[in-house]
Write a protein that binds this ligand. Structure first.
Ligand code: SF4
Ligand code: SF4
Length: 180
C-alpha cells in the first residue's frame, strides 16, 4: 500500500556482513562526523556571558505600568483576565480612598494582581485587551526556579518601581501603543 508521504522504507532482513557485525566501519564513520563538527562554526552560545539578540516582537515577563506621575495605570477592570486563554491572571479590585490619588490613576485599582507564569503562554492577549495601557509584556526572561510557588507573580514583581521604569518602547507590539 502506498503511504501518504511516499517516504515508506522497506525494511531489509538480509544477513549482516562481517564488517557490519563488528560495527567498526559504523563507529569510524560516526567518529568522522564528530571530528567534522569540531572544526565547524559553533551554533551554541556561552550563556549567560554571551546572549542572543531577541526579535523586537519577543514577549517575555509582564510589567504593570505607572503613569508619568508614578500612579498605577491598572483599574482592575478584569479585561486582561477574561482575554487570557490560559486563565493565568487573577485580581481583586478595591476602591481608591481619599488621599490615595497619588498612588492610583483611576478610582478603582487592583488591590491584588497575580499572574501564574507557569500557566502563561506569553501570547500577549492581556496587553491587547487592556484599555488603560497598564499591562505590557517585555523582553525580560522569566527566571527559572525549582519550586512552583515563586512563579505566581504578584504586584511586588509586576508593578514597575517608581524610580526604575521598565522601558517597553523598543518592543514591537501588534496593537497601537503610545505610552512608555
Ligand atoms: S500573555 Fe497570554 S497567557 Fe500570559 S497572562 Fe497574558 S493573556 Fe494570559
Ligand atoms: S491590566 Fe488593564 S485590562 Fe487588566 S485589569 Fe488592569 S486595566 Fe484592566
Amino acid at each position: 500500500m502506498q503511504s501518504l508521504s511516499n517516504k515508506k522504507k522497506v525494511v531489509s532482513n538480509k544477513e549482516m556482513t562481517f564488517g557490519e557485525k563488528i560495527y567498526l566501519p559504523a563507529v569510524i564513520g560516526g567518529m568522522g562526523i564528530t571530528l567534522k563538527h569540531l572544526f565547524r562554526k559553533n551554533n551554541t552560545l556561552k550563556y549567560p556571558e554571551q546572549q542572543k539578540l531577541f526579535a523586537p516582537v519577543y514577549r517575555g515577563q509582564h510589567v504593570l505600568k505607572r503613569d508619568e506621575k508614578g500612579r498605577e495605570n491598572c483599574t482592575a477592570c478584569g479585561l486582561c483576565a477574561v482575554a487570557c486563554p490560559a486563565e493565568a491572571i487573577t485580581m481583586t479590585a478595591a476602591e481608591r480612598k481619599k488621599g490615595e490619588e497619588h498612588l492610583y490613576r483611576e478610582e478603582k485599582y487592583a488591590e491584588m494582581y497575580e499572574i501564574n507564569m507557569l500557566r502563561c503562554i506569553f501570547c500577549g492577549l492581556c496587553e491587547e485587551a487592556c484599555p488603560k495601557e497598564a499591562i505590557f509584556l517585555t523582553d525580560r526572561i522569566v527566571p527559572s526556579n525549582f519550586e512552583r510557588e515563586p512563579f505566581v507573580y504578584g504586584k511586588d514583581i509586576l508593578v514597575e518601581p517608581v524610580d526604575h521604569r521598565i522601558d517597553i518602547t523598543k518592543r514591537q507590539h501588534t496593537g497601537k501603543r503610545t505610552e512608555k
